[in-house]
Ligand binder design. Structure first.
Ligand SMILES: [Zn+2]
Length: 321
């Protein structure tokens, strides 16, 4: 009986000693060798990773953001790699970068855009929601006829779209409002003034174009302004700062007309416009674009008819330019 107990104690001691030495050996091994993972994708061996955690987090980051180039929302990778722990392999070359490239090369990128739609038909794409909002607000400011049917749609698509910048988007989506102002209120027939009258302000040329018809009495009719020949769409600038007192259709022959009042009875007229970019009551600064040259009303060929009036007497604009 005693012999048996001694034998048992010895066995336990030997076993304990064996376990302890195993732990020591394993610890030494762990210190010398790092755990290395073999990596495979769809059964194909890609290589060995020295840092599985880093490789995995790189792949996940790529899925979330792509390569960081324009508008990638996420990358879809159908098959994720498999990792197998392989200890104690000496002289194994790791190739994390190569594995990473192989894994992501099978990915499919999805792009995020904002579509501007008119009546649910996508017209163009911008990069961010802020830009899309700017386009909508720009069109509202210009009183575009289609703002009510305009919408912003967030898009995730696998094909890359051409992106449009805000200003181009506004001008390509802009639709002129066909407003018919029934009465030509605020528009009086001017008398033809003669000579020079001090208007107290300096004017700038409303368009950069040449004069095609001058002020004055000719061929039995009175031309109460100066005509500048310019293509339709050319920007018309306010000749001086002031308040817009008329902006709309004039059935008396001016077509689309803008009138700016500069105080002391001084007004400038901009007639035959193709579009109007301001509204009654707006304060405009000198040089601000208020309209576009056109051929509306009693006009033959695209031009700006520009008048300078003082208490509805028209004076030669060339005196002030
Ligand atoms: Zn004219």
């Amino acid at each position: 009986m005693r012999k048996f107990i001694i034998g048992l104690r010895t066995s336990i001691k030997i076993l304990a000693l064996f376990i302890v030495s195993c732990i020591i050996v394993l610890t030494i091994v762990m210190c010398i060798y790092k755990p290395i993972y073999s990596v495979s994708l769809n059964g194909e061996m890609l290589g060995y990773s020295k840092d599985k955690a880093e490789l995995q987090s790189r792949i996940l980051e790529y899925i979330e953001t792509g390569d960081g180039s324009g508008n990638i929302a996420f990358v879809q990778i159908d098959n994720m790699p498999e990792y197998k722990l392989c200890f104690l392999k000496r002289g194994i070359e790791t190739n994390d970068e190569e594995i990473f490239q192989k894994v992501v090369s099978g990915g499919k990128a999805y792009y995020k855009y904002y579509a501007l739609s008119l009546d649910n038909e996508e017209k163009l794409y911008v990069s961010t929601f802020e830009e899309a909002e700017k386009v909508v607000n720009g069109l509202k400011e210009k009183n575009s006829d289609n703002v009510d049917s305009l919408s912003i749609v967030e898009k995730y698509v696998s094909e890359k779209h051409d992106l449009t910048d805000v200003d181009t988007a506004i001008s390509s989506l802009y639709k002129e409002k066909k407003v018919v102002v029934p009465k030509s209120s605020g528009v009086k027939v001017a008398k033809l003034g003669s000579g020079y009258k001090d208007i107290g302000i300096k004017l700038i040329k409303p368009v950069s174009a040449t004069i095609t018809s001058r002020f004055g009495s000719r061929w039995g009719s009175n031309h109460k302004g100066t005509d500048f020949g310019a293509p339709t769409g050319t920007s018309i600038k306010a000749a001086a700062s002031g308040t817009v007192t008329y902006a709309g259709w004039n059935s008396g022959g001016f077509g689309y007309l803008v009138i700016i009042s500069h105080g002391n009875g001084v007004q400038t007229y901009y007639a035959h416009c193709s579009s109007i970019l301001t509204k009654v009551g707006a304060s405009v600064s000198q040089g601000q674009v208020i309209a576009k040259v056109g051929n509306t009303g009693r006009s033959f060929g695209s031009h700006l008819h520009f008048e300078v009036r003082v208490n509805d007497v028209a004076y030669n604009p060339e005196n002030y330019l």
